[in-house]
Design a protein around this ligand. Structure first.
Ligand code: FE2
Ligand code: FE2
Length: 480
């Protein structure tokens, strides 16, 4: 058995010879019941005894790492999976650049490193909590299965961070691991750490937007952490990225199928004006302007996750070598940013201006810009569906200053197209730009479960292909 293969012999599946590390195995076994309690309390509401066609990793190789089988979610084999060790890997950035990657926690950066792991770890269970009621309104068994797959994998991502805390941080690591099970998304007293992870995910379009845009923030953070000079974190995140790709696939194709169904219904009814909202809604589909509004809110909330454009914390994480930039090793510069600048968009005296700032202080701005670029592919795919249906409408990302709570544009009044407006105008036009209560009620009215084999809700098209080469009308979840 190579270290790429996952051992399912111990109570906790792993590819790191956990059986030989009694201390960590014991700590994780002690944490496990609390995790299961959390899963039963805060994981998918209902369906815990249904058989779900889930994938489980059997190797950490890029190719063919998953096996598919029917599993009850509480019996899912959550485990510890790290990408293979790269021999001779060095720290890719910061003042230790070129030194051998750390295999143990560098003492001087211990607190900063623990904090990075805890913040990443906190997002994982949060999204499961946010999505816990969606199973009841699934638009098909296929979608329900995808939701649950995302949920169990976010659960596994929590395991991944908890492993690092237990293995490398002793007593305070154990405390943090326990706290990760104690905070709750949206809770008044013990909320999750980041804003977007305390927002509701009230309907399936929100879920698809969340997995498109907020999981993509997750991808960017994991990309940056996978460049860490702390090798166990790098390897952990590299494997998580292979799972994350599926989450964004679920989101992008979910929105795409929603768009497809809307366009088909419009064409069948002979409606050409995408703004003929009342008539379109009567068809039992979600009008494109409302889909745009949903994109606006999810993109703006996700942009806030990158933190302030200019950040001392981010500079310190980079300079210490704990967190790199997106594709750090592929960037052609000194990887230390001693004299480099980076152009940062700012709002100065009511006008947008690009200001060259010290690159090391603008690490967050750069990652956010990389994110915005990465988002375009999904938008292009949706717009292609609209164009193929001969409808005159484009879904666009809102201006990065729109509806922001954190950083340079916090509390600025900016429209989705980037006009600076005053507060009165912003408030007057808010419902044109963000989902209104009425929009929410309309979408909620469509959220009726479609759970017959091969059945799909009125507002979403079936997928082109199913999961694991199964057809779209496969019984992906066996309801009891
Ligand atoms: Fe995750
Ligand atoms: Fe994810």
């Amino acid at each position: 058995m190579s270290s790429n293969d996952v051992s399912y012999d111990t109570s906790i599946p792993n590819n790191i010879d956990l059986g030989a590390d009694r201390r960590v195995l014991k700590a994780l076994e002690k944490w496990h019941p609390g995790y299961l309690d959390w899963w039963m309390d805060m994981g998918p509401d209902g369906f815990q005894s249904s058989e779900v066609y889930l994938r489980t990793a059997v190797t950490v190789d890029i190719q063919g790492w998953a096996k598919f089988s029917f599993v009850k979610m509480p019996e899912y084999r959550w485990g510890i999976l790290l990408a293979p060790k790269e021999e001779g890997r060095t720290i890719p950035c910061g003042k230790h650049k070129g030194e051998p990657a750390w295999q143990e926690v560098p003492g001087e950066y211990r607190a900063m490193l623990r904090n990075l792991i805890v913040i990443q770890g906190d997002t994982e269970p949060a999204s499961v909590e946010q999505q816990r009621f969606l199973g009841k309104t699934a638009p098909s068994l296929y979608d329900m299965r995808n939701l649950f797959q995302v949920n169990v994998e976010e659960g596994r991502h929590l395991w991944a961070m908890v492993y690092l805390l237990h293995k490398y941080f002793g007593r305070d690591g154990r405390q943090e691991a326990d706290d990760l099970l104690a905070r709750r998304s949206g809770d008044q007293d013990h909320p999750r750490m980041l804003g977007a992870f305390n927002e509701a995910t009230p309907d399936w379009l929100s879920f698809f937007m969340f997995t498109t845009f907020t999981d993509r923030d997750g991808k960017m953070q994991l990309e940056a952490l996978s460049q860490s000079g702390f090798d166990p974190l790098s390897r952990t995140c590299r494997f998580m990225l292979t799972e994350e790709a599926h989450h964004m696939f679920v989101g992008e194709t979910g929105v795409g199928r929603t768009v497809q169904r809307t366009c088909e219904a419009m064409n069948e009814a002979g409606i050409t004006d995408p703004y003929d909202i009342e008539a379109i809604r009567k068809l039992g589909v979600i009008d494109l302007p409302t889909i745009q509004k949903k994109a606006n809110i999810h993109i703006s909330l996700s942009l806030d996750l990158f933190g302030s454009e200019m950040s001392t914390n981010a500079a310190n994480a980079f300079t210490s070598g704990l967190k790199g930039r997106y594709k750090e090793t592929a960037i052609d510069d000194d990887h230390q940013l001693l004299n480099d600048t980076y152009p940062v968009l700012k709002l100065i005296d009511g006008k947008f201006q690009t200001v060259d700032e010290p690159a090391v202080s603008a690490i967050n701005a750069r990652l956010r810009d990389d994110y915005v670029y990465d988002c375009r592919k999904g938008l292009q795919r949706w717009n292609k569906i609209i164009a193929n249906n001969n409808i005159d409408f484009t879904i666009a990302a809102p201006h990065i200053a729109f509806h922001r709570k954190i950083g340079e544009f916090a509390n600025a009044f900016v429209s989705p197209t980037g006009e600076v407006v005053d507060e009165a105008e912003w408030l007057a036009r808010k419902d044109e730009w963000l989902p209104s209560q009425e929009d929410g009620e309309f979408i909620a009215s469509l959220m009726k479960p479609a759970t017959g084999v091969g059945e799909y809700a009125s507002w979403i098209a079936p997928p082109k292909t199913g999961i694991d080469n199964k057809p779209g009308d496969y019984e992906y979840v066996k309801l009891d």
